[in-house]
Design a protein around this ligand. Sequence first.
Ligand SMILES: Nc1nc2c(ncn2[C@@H]2O[C@H](COP(=O)(O)OP(=O)(O)OP(=O)(O)O)[C@@H](O)[C@H]2O)c(=O)[nH]1
Ligand SMILES: [Mg+2]
Length: 436
Amino acid sequence: MREILQFQIGNCGINISQKIWEKLLYEHTCEEEKQEGYLQEKYMDTYFRQQKDGKWTPRSILADYDPESIQGVMKGSLGEVYDQENAFSGINGTIRTFADAHYNESKYIMDSVKDSIRREVEKCDSMQGVQLVSGIGGGTGSGLATSILVFFREDYPDKTVDFTPIYPSLGDELKAFEIYNWCFAMHHSIEYCDMSRPADNQALYQTLFRTLRIKESTMDEINSAIADSFIDLTAGMRYPMRNYLDLKKISTILRPFPRMSQFLQTVRIPYNKDERSQFISALHHPKSYLCGINLADDKLISTAVLLRNHTEVGQRFTTEFSDWRHNNKDKIRPFGFVTPHCFIAQAKLAKEQDEPSGSMICSSAAIKKYLSKYADAFTKLFASKQFVHVYLEQGMDEMEFTEAESNVNDLISEYTEYSGNYYSDGEGEGELDTED
Ligand SMILES: Nc1nc2c(ncn2[C@@H]2O[C@H](COP(=O)(O)OP(=O)(O)OP(=O)(O)O)[C@@H](O)[C@H]2O)c(=O)[nH]1
Ligand SMILES: [Mg+2]
């Protein structure tokens, strides 16, 4: 088996993960479990581990310094499903800063978290990697999450590390702590993750409105959309149909250079074989993504389409996909000498009543515009020195601010440098039409 261990860290990580596990439970356990053609039992091991009493429990570790959020989960509908020994809380509640969460509070919690990671890894036959979800604007979501990523990478260097960081929303309300925390978390995630799939609530609000037609979406709906993309990423490992993809393959296909681990993913988009062209167009639309990017802004490096259907989607899809890209060169500009590679993976739907759908994950130099907005906000704030003293009083050094800033800016420059060095046909400075 190729098991995955999941981490839910901080309030945001825990809220989104509740949706993820509700959906995984729906997919893997039900009366139809033994129905022919469905593979629940066989692939259930990816995310679930069977306990001595026969019950299946999520391979998941929950940690939050705020005891209330863990207590809330344990009292809720999933409380009985989780392994109680994998839930860790602090006593101080909201931490607010990366500094406190990463350096101070972690002293009280990390030893137990490390033991629980070792126990979970030992219970796997052949673990493929980990997936961590957290809001990196938060103290816990940035500081504790990165302590875990650093530990895991150093102790298990051959396993794939996939990170779903929820970025703070850029806007009038951007808070100083959030932007500092974002930068410190980015600094670590660039070094310690194989793939990072950013999402932000502001972009998701628009994506849900435009692509999924949900007016005035709630946080619950946003969390549900992030969870759908999360579980579709691994559907090919759990319900394989054609072109099996595991975490390692995804990170290999999409990462031409080691540090380029920032991937862009769409929400789950309904697929209808009679409206393939609209579907393909939606996969490329800026208002389909988990974060605020526009593929037309820069060059596309590599792509994987993750389709979920009852039967195999034939060669027609691949042909139409290539044709669409050929006819929309202004929206899709190649990075390198060849047309961006596109890998089309297919997975069966879990239940007969499930609707066909698909999502796209890609790497694109368009990420640099998005990252620059946050990096610039950090630079301005740091130059003003506002709230820097809080981090210094909590044990950080001013050098760490400069190092984190340089690391993020270096990554942005690498996307510029590599994309600039390659051939471009000079076409396509056009913007995608973002009108409805
Ligand atoms: N999508 C989504 N975002 C959330 C949710 N809860 C919080 N966030 C965002 O995540 C970021 C971090 O907030 P929290 O998760 O509450 O912070 P934390 O990780 O618990 O860290 P502390 O500061 O120690 O409390 C903020 O930018 C929030 O806007 C949620 O349920 N869903
Ligand atoms: Mg919190």
